[in-house]
Design a protein around this ligand. Structure first.
Ligand code: FAD
Length: 440
């Protein structure tokens, strides 16, 4: 066989136990790892990008691949936007069902269009970003290389031990090891970085369809308090459909997975017409998906993407945050990683940004993952968003993670939402009829 196991940009290392030197070693060549590799290498850092899987076309199967608008600037900086558009990635717009009616965020009349990123299948996105990384000068992509341990020196991590495609072992030394190896991060585990878990009281199943039109051609999400569902149009005419019911339904749901999935979808308000569509994937899912939070750094180590923080799939934020955390890391540590600065100080700056930007989102999501109905503040904001265009746009910015919980629930926004709901209460003409079969 020829040498498909690596697409390294430099000469192939042999399979013996040698100590190779890089500025940065990244474990995991998915979204976070590839983005970090590209952005670091462009800043003059010499990167080894390790991926345990051997297939350059490998992709994450368990994902509904809606990338939130907060990640658009990173996709743009990576230079991926033209290729994504060419591949048919769908700019994401969405409407959300609530007991008060549909929230339909639209651009303000005469105002700028709503920020967007893309819905794009991982089978398209992952190979695209990986090949982009492999072509980036300064990145050496080593497929089929699994990190199996860390090298320690003077109380800090100084490299990794890997198994190679040929079954051998190598040691790669670096100033910085980046764990971009997903929610079960081996790097975090070997480094003994503790993980904080929040139970997720929902389970989730998803499937891909063709010929499944959605109203307005845009994504739909259903907040059924506590159950959830969503559906997004993607590249190549494929629509992804996901259901996330409360775990109390799991035993019955599992008895007839296909029947339960389809019955759940048919019962949705304005249900996607699955009976006239073609399902083109298995129904796959996860019945236990806790939210995870780790400290994003340790001496000689940084975590990006799911390795640092695994959110609740229902919010569709993990891909965007994988790209954003890679961007924050590269911005903070590149000079020091290349040997021109204080690495520990740079890592501390990255950790601060990570905590400040993502922890408040995670706290809110962890509470919502208890699978409860809306709390009073959520009722206030969602009801207003269903009734008022400005409130809908405000919610869109939050859902796109362009503002955080503090911005979303700032006193002015809350006061405006209260005013919208009061106006509605005293204006019978403005009260929408509740659709038949809608929850409580
Ligand atoms: C059901 C579901 C639906 C989702 N839907 C969405 C959505 O709609 N939108 C969204 O934004 N997010 C979604 N997510 C989350 C999203 O899939 C993740 O947040 C995202 O893939 C994280 O990217 P990552 O690069 O950090 O990690 P991953 O994509 O998990 O990649 C980790 C990589 O590390 C490699 N690796 C692991 N261990 C090693 C090792 N020891 N050595 C070398 N390599 C290793 C793996 O092979 C893999 O390539 C969903 C998640 C689930 C479960």
């Amino acid at each position: 066989m020829t040498e498909p196991e690596t697409t390294a940009s430099g000469p192939q290392p042999d399979d013996t136990r040698t100590a190779d030197r890089y500025d940065v070693v990244i474990a995991g060549a998915s979204l976070a790892g590839c983005a970090a590799a590209i952005l670091l290498a462009r800043r003059g850092v010499r990167v080894a990008l390790l991926e345990r899987r051997s297939d350059p076309e490998a992709y994450k199967v368990l994902c509904t691949h809606a990338i939130t608008a907060c990640a658009y600037p990173v996709l743009d900086e990576l230079g991926l936007v033209p290729a994504l558009e060419k591949a048919g990635a769908v700019r994401n717009e969405a409407r959300w069902y609530t007991r008060w009616g549909w929230i339909e965020p639209k651009a303000a009349p005469g105002g700028p269009e709503l920020p967007y990123a893309y819905n794009v299948r991982r089978s398209t996105l992952d190979p695209l970003i990986r090949s982009h990384a492999a072509r980036t000068p300064g990145v050496e992509l080593l497929l089929g290389h699994k990190v199996t341990g860390l090298l320690q020196e003077g109380g800090r991590t100084a490299g990794v031990r890997v198994t190679t495609p040929g079954g051998g072992e190598r040691e790669l030394r670096a100033r910085l090891v980046v764990g971009a190896d997903g929610k079960d991060s081996a790097v975090a585990g070997y480094a003994g970085i503790p993980v904080r878990r929040h139970e997720n009281a929902r389970f989730g199943y998803l499937a891909h369809y063709r010929n499944l039109p959605l109203p307005g051609g845009v994504g739909q999400a259903w907040f059924l308090e506590p159950d959830m569902a969503y559906s997004f149009p993607n590249d190549d005419g494929v629509t992804v459909l996901a259901v996330l019911p409360d775990k109390k339904h799991l035993p019955a749901f599992r008895e007839d997975l296909e029947g339960s999935f389809e019955a759940f979808v048919r019962a949705l308000p304005e249900a996607p017409p699955i009976d006239s569509a073609e399902r083109v994937s298995k129904i796959i899912g996860t019945v236990d998906y806790p939210l995870l939070t780790r400290e994003p750094t340790a001496p000689g180590i940084a975590l990006v993407g799911d390795a640092a923080l695994t959110g609740d799939p229902l919010w569709g934020v993990g891909c965007g945050w994988a790209l954003q955390t890679a961007h924050w890391l590269a911005g903070a540590v590149a000079p020091a990683a290349a040997g021109r600065g204080d690495l520990d100080r740079s890592l501390a700056a990255y950790a601060r940004t990570h905590r400040r930007r993502l922890r408040p989102h995670q706290q809110l999501a962890a509470d919502f993952a208890r699978s409860r109905p809306f709390n009073p503040v959520e009722r206030l904001m969602f009801a207003a968003a269903a009734r008022d265009e400005g409130a809908a746009r405000h919610m869109y910015l939050f859902a796109s993670r362009l503002i955080g919980p503090l911005g979303f629930l700032n006193p002015v926004a809350v006061a405006k939402a209260a005013a919208v709901n009061l106006r509605h209460r005293f204006s019978p003409a403005g009260r929408p009829a509740r659709p038949a079969g809608s929850p409580g």
